[in-house]
Design a protein around this ligand. Structure first.
Ligand code: PEP
Ligand code: MG
Length: 897
């Protein structure tokens, strides 16, 4: 096994082995760019070291061979007394982990070689300063000495000299400081600072290996979802100095603007300084363009190199460089990070330059970036100006920027919004009763609950801004006020009607009105082409082109979860190819809720038939509107799914009301009946109780009424020369028998409507697969289903045994912190568990019925990573909320590209 690669031996594709930095240093070396010579110790060596606690056998010899070669090329030996070769020892993992791991510079300096360096460079102060830095860095990172001790000694030296920066210390002072530092090392580390250069190097290499497992590195990896077993490579590179005078310096550069994608000269330069000084921000940098006047030769060379790099990597690169006495050296390059807007623009620019093709352009952007571009944003200039008070910081639950008057209940939200006010609904947490208020509000703010609390999920579904779980906010709904802590630590009270602004992309809550800028990308999807600033136009053009590429190559179709004509029309404008889930329970809200209540309370067949009879025409009208909005495209209507108690008053509230009334001896008959029904329907685990297909099987006439409404609406649309494509979906089926019974009833109703209207209706009947048993018996269920739609919300809930309404607010944070999963399985499909059931059920279903249509309509249908999975397992479509449709189209395209 080979543990060491010279820079001339590697290349950019070896990031697993050489880390990002090492692979790119090798790539630049092989491009003939001026990289200081050096070599890389592989991540394999690191892994072996970390596992065994020892340097891998043979590593030392291999390092010696490479060091010999390096010394020969440089014409001097590591730490050679009269002219020392100095090296840097830097970490470099596959994924960048900024500032997480160790680096030691100036390895090779010692009591013996410091004078040699001084003589070679003709600069005694510089040599002692370099030695001082080595002892300090080595003491701290390799020998584990408390860094503050060195800082204190440095401060003392400055104070003694009356200097306000280390530039005020001369060679003699620094020489004294080296002695002080060495004394600190001897005392604290219990050993002398090593004078032997090779020993310095070997110890530094092990320290870099060890730094992979520091607590902060582990924490960072967990947060960034970087696997913990990759290890880091170690780069050993001959030192170049940017701090040798005015003809030296160091800088960073981008091949184009990472904020806009514009081509040009972007970067910063710091004269007479080392890279570390730039990071530390000790002195002010100048714009890179000024390098042209400082050192035109180096500047021109740098521009040529940047062009070479961009053509070679076919992407925006960022660069670190150093100029040592007029000689330019490249210290690092990598494909650079960029904003969402820049990503789209750069991808299309590179296509125009002929550097990449359309498929590659699709790989260069992603759905998360597109989603970012779709939300209105607060004007950052305003929030950064400090004039606006931030009063809280919760969970960024549903992106967007919303401003409105604070209201503390649903009723007021609806009332105020009807009279034209913009409102923010503020609750401790929300429940289905708040739905109307949520619809009316510009945004929703809660002080409790996580990313999948009711508020968060519903808000995301509606594309509405939401900040949840802002725990430092004290919400008092009774007194209609919110108490927060202002930036000065003093309490701030927000009363009903006060203006607040919430940022669903950052979770920040502001007092007052923050100006909002609309998203030109949404204007574009809405069909209102943006005609404003050039930059927005350019962005919209780029998005348009990328979406066209995606639509051209994707195999997955994209449908919407929508249950009213307005959402359906928007979804259609956003590119939906049908409705994959119409949740009919959403049609029974508001005043219709009482009609459902009447159905539940019905004692006799007549009462029940009356209740159903009243609902039928309303349902039919709903469907007529929906089929019209989606004319010519499939509309999957799901029959009633939720447990019935959701349509009844809360058991505690009602009990209290009845008890109070009884004590006053004026209990009302209806309340008493209601309470009885509520008790009868009360379940310990309603999500596992009387809901879904079970409702259809035990409440006579309910599903038949819904099927009739669908059939009559379809017939009505056909009579109007429309093209309705309704599909009837049965929820929560666990066995084919359930489906067969409901199906027989539905077929009969459809036949009746066909006979009565003289129309031939082609209504497909299918089911949701959202219980493990349904997935496991998909082959049987497919006998009675023309389509499957995977309900991955319930499927995740039942496969994991996680209550989808509770867990995110209770223990998910701990699970995420412990790295049990990197992301909630309710957000991104759990491929190994839930996903493998989906994969198997899809295959089993198709084995029974080869033309079985397969889709997914859980939240995962709009989640980028999940979309790729659904593409891979061969589903026909994904269905998601209207606002996520562009994201799903893009990701479906990326999955196929
Ligand atoms: C599901 O369970 O995934 C689903 C789409 O249904 P609901 O979220 O309405 O339970
Ligand atoms: Mg479900």
């Amino acid at each position: 096994q080979k543990f060491v690669y010279d820079f001339t031996e590697g290349n950019k594709d070896l990031k697993d082995l050489l880390g990002g930095k090492g692979a790119n240093l090798a790539e630049m070396t092989n491009l003939g760019l001026p990289v200081p010579p050096g070599f890389t110790i592989t991540t394999e060596a690191c892994k072996e070291y970390l596992e065994s606690g020892r340097e891998p056998a043979g590593l030392r010899d291999e390092v010696s061979a490479h060091l010999d070669a390096l010394e020969q090329r440089m014409g001097k030996k590591l730490g050679q007394a009269d002219d020392p070769l100095l090296v840097s020892v830097r970490s470099g993992a596959k994924f960048s982990m900024p500032g997480m791991m160790d680096t030691v510079l100036n390895i090779g300096l010692s009591d013996a070689s410091v004078a040699g360096l001084a003589a070679q460079l003709g600069d005694e102060r510089f040599a002692w300063d370099s030695y001082r830095r080595l002892v300090q860095m080595f003491g701290k990172t390799v020998l584990g000495v408390d860094g503050d001790l060195f800082e204190e000694a440095l401060e003392n030296a400055k104070r003694a000299k009356g200097a306000d920066s280390d530039l005020g210390l001369d060679a003699a002072d620094l020489r004294q400081l080296v002695d002080d530092f060495k004394a600190i090392v001897a005392k604290e580390a219990g050993r002398e600072f090593p004078q032997e250069p090779r020993e310095q190097m070997d110890l530094a290499v092990c320290a870099v290996f060890d730094s992979w497992n520091t607590e902060r590195a582990k924490l960072y990896r967990r947060q960034e979802r970087i696997p913990g077993d990759l290890g880091t490579a170690v780069n050993i590179c001959s030192m170049v100095f940017g701090n040798l005078g005015p003809d030296s310096g160091t800088g960073v550069a981008f091949t184009r603007d990472p904020a806009s994608g514009q081509q040009g000269v972007y970067g910063d330069y710091l004269q007479n300084a080392q890279g570390e000084d730039v990071v530390a921000g000790i002195r002010n940098t100048v714009p890179l363009a000024e390098l042209e006047t400082i050192d035109k030769t180096s500047y021109d060379q740098l521009m040529r190199i940047m062009e070479t790099l961009e053509t070679h990597y076919k992407d925006l690169c960022d660069i670190e460089f150093t100029i040592e006495r007029g000689h330019l050296w490249m210290l690092q390059t990598r494909v650079g990070k960029r904003t969402a807007a820049a990503a789209f623009r750069i991808a299309t620019q590179l296509v125009d330059q002929g550097l990449i093709d359309e498929a590659e352009a699709l790989r260069r952007v992603n759905g998360a970036q597109l989603a970012q571009l779709m939300f209105p944003r607060f004007d950052h200039e305003a929030t950064d100006s400090g004039q606006i008070k931030r009063i809280g910081w919760g969970i960024a639950a549903s992106p967007g920027a919303a401003v409105g008057k604070a209201v503390f209940d649903s009723y007021t939200a609806v009332k105020w919004s009807r009279s034209g006010e913009k409102v923010i609904l503020i609750r401790r947490e929300t429940n289905p009763d708040d739905l109307n208020g949520m619809i009316a509000a510009e945004g929703i703010l809660t002080s409790r609950g996580g990313k999948t609390s009711h508020a968060a999920v519903v808000a995301r579904g509606m594309g509405k801004t939401c900040v949840c779980g802002a725990e430092e906010l004290e919400v008092d709904t009774k007194r209609r006020r919110l108490t927060a802590t202002g930036p000065d630590g003093k309490p701030v009270v927000i009363e009903e009607g006060d203006l607040v602004s919430i940022d669903g992309s950052s979770g920040k809550v502001y007092l007052g009105e923050v100006p909002v800028v609309p998203s030109p990308v949404v204007e574009y999807f809405e069909g209102r082409m943006h005609a404003g600033a050039d930059e927005a136009d350019e962005l919209v053009r780029a998005v348009h082109r990328i979406m066209a590429y995606a639509d051209r190559v994707r195999r997955l179709r994209v449908r919407a979860n929508a249950d009213n004509a307005e959402d359906a029309s928007r979804a259609r404008r956003f590119g939906a190819q049908g409705i994959g889930l119409c949740r009919t329970e959403h049609m029974f809200l508001g005043e219709r809720r009482e009609m459902v209540e009447r159905l539940i309370l019905a004692d006799t067949d007549t009462e029940r038939d009356q209740a159903l009879g009243a609902l039928l025409p309303l349902q039919r009208d709903d469907f007529v509107e929906l089929f019209e909005a989606m004319d010519g495209l499939p509309v999957t209507v799901r029959l009633l799914d939720p447990p019935l108690h959701e349509f009844l008053p809360d058991i505690t509230e009602l009990s209290v009301r009845v008890a109070l009334a009884e004590s006053r001896k004026d209990a009302n008959e209806n309340d008493l009946r209601l309470l009885q029904a509520v008790h009868k329907l009360h379940e310990a685990n309603p999500m596992l109780g009387l809901r879904g297909v079970r409702l259809g099987l035990v409440i006579p006439g309910l599903f038949a009424m819904q099927v009739r409404a669908i059939a009559e609406a379809a017939a009505h649309r056909m009579a109007a020369k429309g093209d309705p494509r309704a599909e009837i979906m049965i929820p929560l089926v666990g066995t084919v028998q359930e489906l067969e019974i409901v199906r027989d009833e539905a077929d009969q109703v459809i036949a009746e409507v066909e006979a009565a209207t003289g129309t031939r209706l082609r209504l497909a009947i299918g089911t949701m697969i959202e219980l493990p048993r349904a997935a496991l018996t998909a082959g049987q269920i497919a006998e009675a289903a023309e389509f499957f739609s995977f309900g991955t919300n319930d499927l995740t809930q039942t496969v994991w045994g996680f209550s989808r309404d509770d867990v995110e607010a209770s223990f998910f944070t701990a699970y995420l912190e412990k790295g049990i999963f990197g992301v909630s399985p309710f957000e991104t499909i759990d491929k190994d568990g839930v996903g493998s059931l989906v994969r198997a059920a899809a295959a089993d279903g198709r084995a029974t019925r080869p033309d079985l249509k397969l889709g997914v309509c859980g939240e995962h249908g709009g989640d980028p990573e999940s979309v790729h999975f659904f593409h891979e397992v061969g589903l026909d479509y994904v269905s998601c909320s209207p606002f996520r449709i562009p994201v799903a189209r893009l990701e479906a395209g990326r999955a196929a590209a």
